[in-house]
Every structure is written in structure tokens, then in C-alpha cells.
Write a protein that binds this ligand. Sequence first.
Ligand code: ADP
Ligand code: MG
Length: 240
Amino acid sequence: MVVLSGVNKHFGALHVLQDVDLEIARGEVVVLLGPSGSGKSTLCRTINRLETIDSGAISIDGRPLPAEGKELARLRAEVGMVFQSFNLFAHKTVLENVVLAQVKVRKVAKAEAERTARELLERVGVAAQADKYPAQLSGGQQQRVAIARALAMKPKVMLFDEPTSALDPEMVNEVLEVMRSLAAEGMTMVVVTHEMGFARSAADRVLFMADGRIVEESTPDAFFSAPRTDRAKDFLSKIL
Ligand code: ADP
Ligand code: MG
């Protein structure tokens, strides 16, 4: 579903992604771990072309990600992204937040977009909040709306970049539960998270990044019980 080959990216002199090769299968859940600054967010952002790359190639569902133009906009719509900050439109209601891009980008008729939006809000457990504004919702509810909004684009892949890091602890699980159910329904997912419980239970594969490289790749069981590299051992010793 997602293929990166020989991807390199610099920020000035900083070589932030170094020869990254990665293949993610349809329906696979990949958890991306690594110390702060290792390039996890940049890797996610290159997958939907929020960041350009200097060399290498990226394809989504067999089609190369073009540099620009209509085709890019179409492919980008197939890659949903949920960030640490919820990024909802503050002056739009919850329902409008989920309707908007469907109408603007996907050219879905308004009535159909609303139907889809209500179904998705139901699915993430915030249907009762549909007519409220984001500021009237808890952080966990806002993040679930952000997930519904991304799903409304009918993405083939969902990228989650620390989706629970800005939440109060008691709201983390409600968001992880939505992510778990998506994973169980077969969504292809890339998840950057500090929630090791989620990584252990939901990931098909763990990738560990350090200094812009994927230095370790294994099943969650193998990674957490027997990390192979010193970098991974050091990382785990600090967080577990
Ligand atoms: P992570 O998500 O693993 O913490 P990032 O991908 O955010 O890492 O960042 C990797 C490195 O690239 C860091 O050293 C960071 O400071 C740098 N970086 C990220 N974005 C930019 C940018 N827009 N301009 C310059 N440097 C950046
Ligand atoms: Mg990051």
C-alpha cells in the first residue's frame, strides 16, 4: 500500500531521512518509535507530501506520489493524517468540520457528505456533539472528530503522529480505542506514539528510528523483549 525506496531528505545540513526503504502492506499496522528528533514526523509527512524529498521515490497503492498538481491532491486525499494538535476549524461546528473537505476536495454532494459525517461521528462516539464547536469539546472528543474528518476522505492509509500526546491522561484510551477498532477493521496505519501498550497490542510491526534511519524492524514482541541494537535498548531503558 505504501512503498518508500531510497528516500533522502535534508533540512539544510541536517540529513533527516537517510536512505529510507519501507514497504507497508494493505491492512498492516506499523508503529514508528524512536527518540525525539530521529525523523518520525518527517517520515510521516513525506508520505502525504507535506514535505518534499530530495531523492528516492514514494508510492501509494502502486501509484508514484507526484511532485505537484491535481494527481498529487487526489493521492494526498487517500492518505489521512491525524496530528498531535487537533487542527479542527474553530469557527465550524463538529459536523461542518467533517463535511467540509468531502465537499471541497472529494466533490461529494452536501447531503451525502452530512450523512457520511454523521455515520463517522457515531463510529468514533461523538455523534451527540455534532452541532457544537470544537472548543466546547474535550481534547479526546476533538481528536476523535479529527479522526472522523480524516476518515471522511475514505483514505487508503491513515498516519497518526503522536495523536494522544497532547491529551490529558484520562482521554488517551478513548482515542486509542478508536484507533484499535480501525486497525481491527483492516485500515492500513502508520502510528507514531509513546503509548507502548498500544504498540505492543495493536502493531503488526515496530520500526525503530534513530538519526534518520530505520535501524530496527521487528514484531512488537521481539522488539520489546529482545531489542537488537544499542540505540533501541537505550530508548527502551528510558521509557519502560
Ligand atoms: P521526530 O518526529 O522523530 O521527533 P522530526 O521528524 O520532527 O523528528 O525531526 C527530525 C529532525 O529534523 C530534528 O532534528 C528536527 O529539529 C529537524 N526538523 C524537523 N522539521 C524541520 C524543519 N521544517 N526545518 C528544519 N529542521 C527541521
Ligand atoms: Mg515528531
